[in-house]
Structure formats: structure tokens, C-alpha cells
Design a protein around this ligand. Sequence first.
Ligand code: ADP
Ligand code: ADP
Ligand code: MG
Length: 490
Amino acid sequence: MPVTSTSSQPQSSSKPKLSIKKVLIANRGEIAVRVARACRELGVRSVAIYSEADRYALHVKKADESHCLGSDPLQGYLSPHQIVNLAVETGCDALHPGYGFLSENAELAEICAQRGVKFIGPSADVIRQMGDKTEARNSAKRASVPVTPGSEGNLRDLEHAVEVAAGIGYPVMLKATSGGGGRGIRRCNDEKDLRSNYQRVISEATKAFGRAEVFLEKCIVDPRHIEVQVLADAHGGVVHLYERDCSIQRRNQKLIELAPSPQLTNEQRHYVGELAVKVAREVGYENAGTVEFLLDHDGSFYFMEMNTRVQVEHTITEQITGIDIVKTQIRIAAGEPLPFLQADISYRGFAAQFRINAEDPKNGFLPSFGRISRYYSPGGPGVRTDAAIYTGYTIPPYYDSMCAKLIVWNLTWEDLLERAERALEDMQIYGIRTTIPYYREILRHPQFRAGDFNTGFVEAHPELINYSIKRRPESLAAALAAAVAAQAGM
Ligand code: ADP
Ligand code: ADP
Ligand code: MG
């Protein structure tokens, strides 16, 4: 167990009760299931919300109670007042926002505070401050953490953008100040590019985030995306849980994440961890958060943004450190101090997470929603699946295409690669197309295996899409499933 404990005795069942007794989960999909599981382990009751379209979703079954928030597939998940009202009515004393949806919505945190429901995350002020990427850059600067050269605050207009870009030097990144999820970002290689993209990014940002502000920063060419998990309690305790390498991305969206990064020296690892802690301290952070950096070829780290919520890839940090991040989030919200100091936190081995998306890689990663005629979850040592699917489940077309996460752990990088290959082969999803066969190709690529890649990897290797699917026919899968079920007496 990587976290050193002061006592080797098993904890007695008379441990002090948590001040949080019931949590409303303001989300859906695998993260809602993840939160329900953490609640169950803590002896805390959980309440799920769902739309009509999600009536048969897994999170509805996993929570202790569930409440429908209407027929519109999205509106219920995006209505802070309605959600907090339900939390109050159902006697919840806390609310977990997950990721996506309202997780970085300061208004939700504010309403929670007004209604006496503890928001499991930082304060509304901190969410607002870090949700604005130019404000976040200023906070990093105040903490003496390096940021990429860029505009001082938001751009006034196109001519201002052209002037700033000339000062920074091309290529530049034009970014939506309130962007997220890889959207609202455009690389501009020259002035012509900037002129043609300017209005496009503004419209995209207005449509996706309801805000038109944009800013510029220097484009670091083919950087590594390195991010650090932090945990901060309400008593001034701040620690980091080391880094994740999320350089395998497509269109600025993460596909495969690794922890720790196979591309850092120990010295770099401790240095970037310290930088993240500095940022968290500067803004008076509370709860779990992630500080994202770009690593340039010359070894410089630049602060990029802070995500003020649990992250999709928190799982791999859990695997290498042994710390349950979601349970710790709930404990922090309950006012408990962190149960460890920085020196108590170590990591062991390597972990990888594969985002299993309901998409067809061969068809431009077009969403591939529909009924899952058969699903096999892989198992064996060091394999974890956090999923929101089951055999017979129909993936509704209204939400994110990520339907499962496959997480693999092993002691060494080489052993991790072997196990990942085996687990990806084991995982069988019929009825829809997924990113699994594409990941198997990436895993075999010598550059990936050598642990030497940057955010340009996916674009530089379009040939990896040309896989041919070799897998068990579904009829054989069905026969195997029946045999397993019979064996287990199901
Ligand atoms: P992570 O930062 O945890 O790796 P992603 O960037 O992939 O996660 O985002 C997780 C989910 O949250 C995705 O569904 C993404 O579209 C959504 N998301 C992230 N940030 C925002 C935002 N600012 N506005 C709307 N959706 C967002
Ligand atoms: P989001 O809020 O959507 O996650 P980020 O600011 O974290 O947006 O950027 C997402 C991705 O875009 C990064 O992981 C990186 O690959 C790329 N990116 C962002 N800023 C830069 C930059 N200045 N130079 C190069 N790549 C960048
Ligand atoms: Mg980001």
C-alpha cells in the first residue's frame, strides 16, 4: 500500500461518523456511478438524478434513491435551482457535481451555500476565478508559477489580437477564456490564420460556454500535457498526488492518460508537483483539483489551467497512490483534515486509462450510439473498469460519447503495456463501434512503447486508424457468457 499508515491495525467499526450523511449526485454516466460507490463505502446515502432518456442508466440503479428531473435530456442536469431544491427536499446535506455539466458552475456552488447544502468542491469564488483562464493565469503569476507568454487578459478586438500575436510570435493559440473539454481552442500559424479564426472561436465560445471572451497565448509546438492532482482541506493542508501524462489527445481532447508520466525525471516530477501546490495555496483552494501544465522540449513547464473538480482520469492516480480521491473529496467537504502529509504519499508502478468512446474511429470518430447487444468487462489482476454500460443498455444520443474507462495498472512500464494489450483484447463491446481497436494500434506503436510522445502523436500517425478488427464473433462471446453464468450459478 503506497500510503504509509500510522497504524497497521484494521480500523474498528466504531470509527467516528462523517458529518455528511446523504449526497445528491448532480451528474450521470460513469462518474455518477463512481460517486455512488464512494458513498456506499463511506456509509453515506446517495441520491441520483436522471432525465427520461436516462431511465435505464446505470447510475439510477447504483444510487440509494433516484429522481427524474423531466423529459428534456439535458435541462435537468443543467438546472442548478431545480437540483438544489431536490437536494433539500430529499434531505441531502451535500452535493457532488462530478465533471462536465455544472461541475465548474459557480452559481451551483453559490446556491448550495445559500441553501445549506455542502458543495463537494471549492468555493464559488475560486470556481469563478479559475474558470476564467485569464484570471487563472494571473493567479499562477502571483504564485510565481510560469505561464506561457500571452495577452494580458482578454482581447479587445481582432486588431488587438493581431498586435499581441506579433509581439508573442507565431504560432499562437487563440482560446476561449471560459473554454473547456478541448473546445474553443484554435492554433493560428500566421496572421492570415488568426484573422480567419478570430470570429470562429468567438462564435464557438458563445455557443458552447455562453461567453464571447478570448485571449491569446504562445503555442508550444508539440508539448507534453502534464497535469498534477492536488488535494486541499479546509484547514490549510495542501498536497499533490503526483502527475498524469495526457499527451495522447485528438483535437485537444484526451484519449489515453498515464500516471506517472514515463517522460519525466524524478526531479521534474517533484518540481511540477510543487508548482501545482503553489497555485492551489495561492487561490485558497479546497477539495480535489487539477493543475494542468505544458512541458516544452527544453524542459520548461508552463501553467495552462486549473480544473476545479474531479477529473475523468483521477482513476490512474488512485491506482498508483492507493488514495481514493472521491472518498477523500467527501471527507474534505465534511470538514475532515487530510489524513496524510506530502511525505506520506508515494506511488508505485504505472497506470493507464483508456477512454472507451462510443465512436467510430474509421469514420472520423463519428458518435456510434445505440444498443449494446453484449458487453464483457475485462478482469484479472491490475484491471479496473469504470463504466456506465451493461448488456442490453441503449446509449442515448444526447450525451458525451465516453461510455466506459478501462484502467490498467502494473509494476513496470513494460509490464503495463503487456497488461493493457491483454485487457483491451478482453474487453468486448458488441452493437456499437468504439475506440478500443484504435487504442490497440497505439499500444503497438514503437514510439508509444518507448514512452516518447507529445500532443502531436495522434495527428502524426493517421495510419493507426487503418486497423482491421480481429475479435471473437458475437455468437462465441454469447456462448462464453452463458458458460460463465452457468459456472457462477447465476
Ligand atoms: P478532464 O479535464 O477531466 O480530463 P475533459 O476535459 O475531458 O475532462 O472534460 C470532461 C467532460 O466535461 C467532457 O464531457 C467535457 O465536454 C465537459 N467539459 C469540460 N469543461 C467544460 C466546460 N467548461 N463547459 C462545458 N463542458 C465542459
Ligand atoms: P480545456 O479547458 O479545453 O481542457 P486547455 O487549456 O486545458 O483546454 O487545453 C487543452 C489542450 O490544448 C492541451 O492539453 C494542449 O494539448 C492544447 N493546448 C492548449 N494550450 C496550448 C498551447 N499554448 N500550446 C500548445 N498546445 C496547447
Ligand atoms: Mg484542460
